[in-house]
Ligand binder design. Structure first.
Ligand code: ZN
Length: 196
């Protein structure tokens, strides 16, 4: 394999990038400004060193704890539980929620060998029992796995505390990802959340 084939192969491993798009990207890089390419390479090279999961909520952050966890202006009594760090960004951009987050790092998916122990659940229970939390909003995606995980969390929380547990209102596309929900839909989901 020459350098072009190697880079094409690397690009094609990115989500949503097929062989054709990968080839186009390599050609773009070949013709691009050298300083841009150098900067881009450095960004790729240092990303994993710079960014780590927040030790409190699990979202990607450069400073630990993350700016959301340390923000004193936020409502610390509400925790919104999401699947992935990207969901935190999606909800943040809707400006509909001013509480704290907790990132599970996935959903319970027995077929893929992902059980509760592989997810960031123990830390959530710890936060609920040790901090003054009055509500947990479960914002897992409206998929079979997302619903199973929500049910599991609800039971785990009920076993240690009698705080309010809510689920985002439907309105999110069934089987769809939080990632693709528009701001208005997200806002409606937060306002219409129901106790489970
Ligand atoms: Zn955090």
């Amino acid at each position: 394999m020459n350098a072009i084939d190697e880079l094409t192969e690397s690009f094609s491993r990115l989500p949503g990038i097929g062989k054709k798009s990968a080839g186009r990207l390599v050609n773009f890089i070949l013709k691009a400004d050298t300083s841009y390419v150098k900067k881009f390479a450095l960004q790729l090279n240092t990303l994993q060193e710079k960014i780590k999961p927040c030790s409190v909520c699990g979202t990607w952050t450069e400073d630990d704890p993350c700016p959301i966890c340390t923000d004193t202006m936020r409502d610390r009594s509400i925790i919104c539980v999401v699947e992935q760090p990207q969901d935190v960004s999606t909800i943040e951009s809707s400006h509909e929620f001013n509480g704290l987050f907790h990132v599970l790092g996935g959903v319970i998916a027995p077929l893929e060998g992902i059980g509760p122990d592989q997810l960031n659940i123990k830390q959530l229970i710890k936060r609920i029992t040790e901090e003054k939390v009055s509500e947990v909003i479960i914002a897992t995606n409206p998929t079979v796995e997302g619903d199973t995980t929500a049910l599991y969390l609800q039971r785990m929380i009920a076993a240690v505390s009698d705080i309010k547990v809510t689920r985002l209102a439907s309105g999110l596309p069934v089987g769809g990802d939080l990632e693709y929900a528009d701001k208005l839909t997200l806002a409606r989901s937060f306002r219409g959340r129901t106790e489970v």
